[in-house]
Design a protein around this ligand. Structure first.
Ligand code: SF4
Ligand code: SF4
Length: 295
């Protein structure tokens, strides 16, 4: 079983459209959306939810006022200034400031502080026309997206093994932060989607640096390549210098926008120039994955 992760230096490069099209072309992959802060693969694959699970991570302290004797110990020892007192000295925890370190609960002489598990989001297992999908949603304002990504990947991998899937297709989060690092773990190959812009070139080099750091083979595709041919050439030169193959260039095609509006992956929506390029990229990646397997 192979795992292909699709990344981009920032959102809006076409990463999700390309992943959704790969899902259509493959027909029987295990699909994963690791963009837990702003998941959108479901918008193109119309999943039917089979399982909805809570994502619990970390704890928040809560004082039981009836048991608090207003000694003030917790106020003094909380490093995060998350505890205040009312006029009568009874302690109160500000949940958004509490880091869940548990020090207050440990030192409260009355044992009057509970540590309550944090409900940070949901993760789902769904069916799509192109294979099962594991995806998630972090509650806005909650942290721990890296942990949720790791959980989503673990669940997807276990299910893929049970179902004897040949491939796991992962739509990664944008950027190079903690969720991206969590999504990289276990990948056999990373496709980096970039655009011919100065910031795209900069982001590409950062993502490729991450791939190199984790020693995962990478390849690149340039989306809307002819919108700036000079910068496209620069992207290709940078890839050559970094010894990363460019597996394809996708032309700007209005049909892609139409397909997004319709909520249909472009390769299913219409046979157009973008669809053809994406199909060629998928063939090239399959070959590379097979070659990696034989190494
Ligand atoms: S340490 Fe315990 S008893 Fe003392 S103020 Fe805090 S909650 Fe109340
Ligand atoms: S758990 Fe830690 S951060 Fe939260 S209120 Fe207690 S001491 Fe402060």
């Amino acid at each position: 079983m192979k795992e292909l992760l699709v990344l981009s230096g920032k959102g809006g490069t076409g990463k999700t459209s390309i992943t959704a099209s790969f899902a259509v072309l493959n027909q029987d992959a295990m699909l994963v959306d690791c963009d837990v802060d702003a998941s959108d693969l479901h918008l193109l694959l119309s999943p039917e939810t089979r399982e909805k699970n809570d994502f619990i991570s970390g704890v928040t302290a809560r004082v039981r006022p009836d048991d608090c004797t207003a000694c003030g110990t917790c106020v003094d020892i909380c490093h995060y200034d998350a505890i205040s007192t009312s006029e009568d000295g009874i302690a109160h925890v500000e949940p958004f400031t509490c880091e869940g370190c548990a020090v207050c609960a440990h030192f409260c002489p009355e044992n009057a502080i509970d540590l309550e598990p944090d409900h940070c989001g949901y993760w789902y297992v769904s069916d799509t026309d192109y294979g099962p999908m594991v995806h998630a949603r972090l509650i806005p304002g909650e942290e721990n997206s890296g942990k949720l990504v790791a959980l989503v990947k673990k669940e997807a991998r276990e299910r893929a093994e049970k179902l004897s899937k040949d491939i796991i297709l992962v739509d990664g989060p944008p950027g190079i932060g903690c969720p991206v690092i969590a999504s990289v773990s276990g990948a056999d190959m990373i496709l980096v989607v970039t655009e011919p812009t100065q910031s795209g070139l900069h982001d590409l080099e950062r993502v490729l640096g991450l791939c190199r750091h984790f020693k995962i083979p990478a390849c690149v595709c340039i989306n809307k390549w002819e919108l700036n041919k000079r910068l496209s050439e620069e992207v290709e030169k940078a890839c050559e210098r970094l010894q990363v193959p460019v597996v394809g260039k996708i032309p700007f095609d209005e049909t892609v926008v139409e397909s997004l509006v319709q909520g249909i992956p472009v390769v299913k929506y219409k046979d157009c120039s973008a669809s053809k390029s994406i199909a060629n990229i998928w063939s090239a990646i399959q070959k590379m994955l097979n070659q990696e397997e034989q190494k």
